[in-house]
Design a binder for this molecule. Structure first.
Ligand code: NZQ
Ligand code: ZN
Length: 380
């Protein structure tokens, strides 16, 4: 086992109608609230009206920023931070998927400083203080509601990058699985794939830690049991609940106990696909993960076979494990090749250049330019 520190200061409120205690919690942080949301799902579902009505009835002063895009961009972060600064907000409320929650993390550290949000990603600025924020996730996928990470794109710089630290954890997150009942089938599937991919990234990291490996296998098995059931019955609260809980546990630190790092090479590769072609995050992972395992099976074949055998309950080789995992992703309706996304053009060169520019690499499995080329050929 590797030495490790377990730290997670987010208070999680989980369950049906859990939002009834939101305003009491918000009051602890002040009276001036900024509500931040995405492209419109919260308005369509009625959640926006519900929250606004509660806030106004309780006498909060509310400002807002709507329109955060999936695969969020730094321009929205800066524009929202400027409003928050002018309005002297006390607390931020992130209502939406991972894209909204991630954006709010950077907004929260950008408001108090004289910097653009991207300066945190380049290291030009260090967070000194954060406006406290509360997350209300409406999609089960990223685990952003209980971790410090934020992933944002900067198209001018040609990068989709991650940032996070002790100041960027949500103070509280309110998870009502009922809020995810309206997530369409494709994004539900991408979320299931994303949570499984987070477990894989931990699994292929550094550190032999049998108890944590068991946590990881349990989370993936939960997703493999309930994911397909949910996709056949999108309005089933119980299945939504299982998947939401699994998604939060898949990236809240628990899968990293006893490891010095996860791998994350597949995520970094996937970010290039999202940056260039706006591929949804979960879809980028189902495209890259099977190819990555095939390419590196000479190096990590035992670990792949151990994963497959643990998940499918019978002794499997690395090749059989990869085939079964790929078939599972396909059964969710996720793409397993970039060509499944029907994006016209030859993508080899832009993908390769993006990987070089992004310095794509794994924490454990190291990647060189020859690996980029081979990987691209395998998933095209
Ligand atoms: O924008 P709106 O209108 O809200 O629609 C969203 C969006 O189109 C929609 N949606 C969300 N909740 C809904 C809903 N539609 C109907 N009903 C609801 N209840 O779903 C679409 C996708 O939303 P998005 O927030 O982009 O999805 P997700 O939660 O998968 O977040 C993806 C982003 O998180 C990053 C990804 O890279 C990507 O940018 N990640 C963040 C991580 C973290 N913070 O730890 C780790 C991950 O590995 C990942 O990198
Ligand atoms: Zn992910």
């Amino acid at each position: 086992m590797e030495n490790f520190i377990a730290y997670n200061p987010t208070t999680l409120h989980f369950g049906k109608n859990i939002l009834t205690s939101l305003v009491t919690t918000l009051k602890e942080y002040g009276n001036r609230v900024m509500l931040i949301y995405g492209k419109g799902s919260v308005k369509k579902s009625g959640l926006y009206d519900r929250i606004m009505a509660d806030l106004k009835t309780q006498g909060f002063e509310v400002c807002e920023y709507g329109g955060i895009k999936p695969n969020p961009v730094i321009g929205d972060v800066d524009a929202a931070a400027e409003i928050g600064r002018q309005q002297k907000v006390d607390v931020l409320l992130a209502v939406g998927g991972g894209s909204v929650i991630d954006s709010v993390k950077i907004i929260s550290v950008t408001i108090p400083v004289d910097h653009g949000g991207w300066d945190f990603f380049t290291g030009k600025a260090k967070p000194v203080k954060a406006i406290p924020f509360i997350a209300i996730p409406t999609l089960a996928a990223t685990g952003s509601e209980m971790n410090p990470f934020a992933v944002v794109s900067n198209h001018a710089e040609g990068l989709k990058a991650a940032f996070g630290g002790p100041l960027t954890f949500p103070k509280h997150s309110f998870l009502d699985p009922a809020l995810t009942l309206t997530v369409p089938k494709n994004h539900t599937a991408y979320g299931i794939a994303d949570l499984i991919a987070h477990c894989f990234e931990a699994w292929f990291g550094i550190g032999e830690t049998s108890l944590t490996d068991r946590f990881v296998l349990s989370i993936i098995k939960e997703a493999m049991d309930y994911g397909p059931k949910l996709l056949d019955d999108l309005h089933n609260y119980e299945y939504r609940e299982r998947i939401m809980f699994a998604a939060t546990m898949a990236l809240n630190g628990m899968t990293m106990y006893g490891r010095s790092t996860g791998d994350w090479g597949v995520h970094s590769t996937g970010h290039c696909l999202s940056l260039l072609y706006d591929v949804p995050h979960g879809a980028s992972l189902t495209i890259v993960f099977p190819a990555w395992m095939r390419h590196f099976k000479g190096q990590i074949g035992n670990r792949i076979a151990q994963l497959g055998s643990g998940l499918f309950g019978e002794p499997l080789t690395a090749d059989e494990s990869i085939d079964r995992i790929e078939a599972f992703f396909k059964s969710l309706g996720c793409p397993i090749r970039l060509s499944d996304m029907n994006i016209p053009g030859d993508h080899r060169q832009p993908l390769f250049e993006s990987m070089v520019h992004s310095k794509v690499n794994g924490g454990n499995v190291k990647m060189k330019e020859e690996d980029y080329k081979a990987l691209i050929e395998l998933y095209l």
